[in-house]
Design a protein around this ligand. Structure first.
Ligand code: ATP
Length: 141
């Protein structure tokens, strides 16, 4: 059985963490970032890395995103880039698209354009920590 293949757009704290954990689990990961320094930083720990603009349709086509099992849009601050990258992944036929949202409204837009799963890393981690702090016997939430 072949390893699951993931493409991660944006190698900031969130994207790089998702990518590296997927590698630990045994998946194949292509990391894309427009910042060459980020790509250099993670080139050794991901299967493949590319310096590119994730909102460039031709780039996404040329790296063959449609062949990946899942695409993760890990761009937050630039909401426009996040939305463009997400819609391109959907249109190019990526089966499962996950995107990080920085605000509730950003998340609603991502849902509207067909993103399969929207995550709110800061909010979700805040909820998790609150539960851990009040339930000392709960190992994980
Ligand atoms: P994190 O909290 O995960 O560090 P952030 O929300 O603080 O992320 P962002 O501005 O979302 O930071 O950037 C995350 C990564 O996405 C950065 O490494 C940035 O270079 C990259 N990035 C942003 N826009 C694009 C784009 N259009 N194409 C490719 N990479 C991008």
């Amino acid at each position: 059985m072949r390893a699951s293949q993931f493409v991660i757009l944006g190698l900031g704290r969130f994207g790089s963490s998702v990518g590296q954990e997927l590698m630990e689990i045994g998946c194949e990961v292509l990391g894309v970032d427009r910042d060459e320094e980020k790509v250099d930083e993670f080139a050794g720990s991901l299967t493949h890395t590319v310096v590119a603009d994730a909102t460039d349709e031709e780039v996404l086509r040329s790296v063959g995103v449609r062949n990946f099992d899942c695409g993760v849009v890990a761009i937050g601050d630039d909401i426009q880039a996040s939305i463009l990258a997400a819609i391109l992944l959907k249109e190019l036929g990526v089966k499962q698209v996950v995107a990080k949202a920085v605000t509730e409204l950003h998340g609603r837009v991502l849902e509207r354009i067909g993103v399969d799963r929207v995550v709110y890393p800061e909010r979700d981690m805040g909820i998790r920590v609150a539960h851990q702090l009040t339930s000392p016997n709960l190992l994980d939430f």
